[in-house]
Design a protein around this ligand. Structure first.
Ligand code: FMN
Length: 310
């Protein structure tokens, strides 16, 4: 069983991917989506969005990072996929689950789940463009409004040539509202002969066990659960139900703050810190106290003393 870190646009950026991959062992990390419209993106766009490409598409501890592409134009997806792999990406992942209104309006992301043929065209174009050594995977939801086409969509992904599929066990309409319908994924996993990963609402070791059992999948992908409990991947891999102490998590927050304040434009740093603390506060009272202290602060110099005190 593999444990994968989920792509999370605007949340699991390269800074957090670096911290999380050092905090727990992941078999694979998928990047935030790179949006493809009607052009071959310049190399610098890939390097900006997925800086790990400069390190052989790995975080510093050697965890492989796979570029995720989002778009509905088969030829453009294919040429950009090839470019991403030439720049070093460890394979390509395709996004068929993004619920964003803007993305769906331009017929990308989850709306493609209403048209399995468009999924097939995209996957097969990318598959034909990539060298056979490059792994191709795709991530889908159970559907757009409902799950009536889930099997056709999953089949289109497999028939298009993807070797692996991740299923976020909710429709686009269900958003992120619990529960995740792991048992529905069993219909897909029973039928498809490719590597299958279950995703959605895996917050604990017990959730991981249940999700694997209900869905019949091979692997788990964790997203917000890893943001809230940075050791969750280790718990799942080692089958040990231990939440990290705040004393183990606080240094990660400190490290994150140091990286972003050194490298990111100052005006984004406070927001990024608060975004992470907003998840950690449900797990640790100390994180909640820190969140309350910095909640109204925007200047990094005002926040700095709180971080130094950690
Ligand atoms: C802030 C945020 C950004 C996301 N961005 C992406 C993305 O870029 N690509 C993608 O396939 N899924 C994206 N997702 C969906 C997650 O990968 C995952 O499917 C979802 O969060 C459910 O898993 P979880 O319950 O473990 O968080 C995003 C989710 C969140 C919360």
């Amino acid at each position: 069983m593999k444990v994968l870190l989920a792509p999370m646009e605007g949340l699991a950026d390269a800074y957090l991917r670096e911290i999380l991959s050092n905090a727990a062992g992941y078999d694979l990390i998928t990047s935030e989506f790179v949006r493809i419209v009607d052009q071959l993106l310049p190399k610098r766009t890939f390097f900006d969005q997925v800086p790990e490409l400069k390190n052989n598409s790995q975080t510093s501890n050697g965890t492989p990072v796979r570029v995720q592409l989002l778009g509905n134009h088969p030829e453009m997806m294919a040429s950009n996929a090839l470019r991403a792999t030439e720049l070093g990406s460890f394979g390509i992942d395709l996004n068929f689950g993004c619920p964003s209104k803007t993305v769906n309006k331009s017929k990308g992301g989850a709306v493609m789940l209403t048209d399995p043929e468009s999924i097939y065209q995209t996957v097969s174009a990318v598959h034909s463009a990539l060298p056979p050594t490059q792994p191709l995977s795709a991530k889908m939801r159970l559907g757009y409004e409902d799950s009536t086409l889930m099997m056709e969509c999953a089949q289109a992904i497999a028939d298009g040539g993807a070797q692996a599929i991740t299923i976020h066990a909710r429709t686009k309409s269900q958003g992120y509202t619990p529960p995740a319908y792991w048992h529905l994924v069993k219909h897909i996993s029973d039928k498809l002969d490719i590597e299958k990963t279950i995703n959605g609402d895996i917050w604990t070791l017990a959730d991981a066990h249940q999700a694997l059992k209900d869905s019949g999948c091979d692997n788990v992908m964790i997203g917000r659960g890893a943001i809230k409990n940075p050791k969750l991947a280790d718990c799942i891999k080692k089958n040990q139900d231990k939440t990290a102490q705040w004393s183990q998590t606080a240094p990660l927050v400190k490290h994150f703050w140091m990286s972003i304040t050194q490298e990111m434009s100052n005006r984004y740093c406070a927001g990024r810190l608060k975004q992470w603390l907003n998840y950690l506060k449900d797990q640790y009272p100390e994180a909640e106290a820190l969140f309350v202290s910095v909640r109204r602060l925007t200047d990094i110099n005002d926040i700095q003393p709180y971080i130094e005190a950690l």
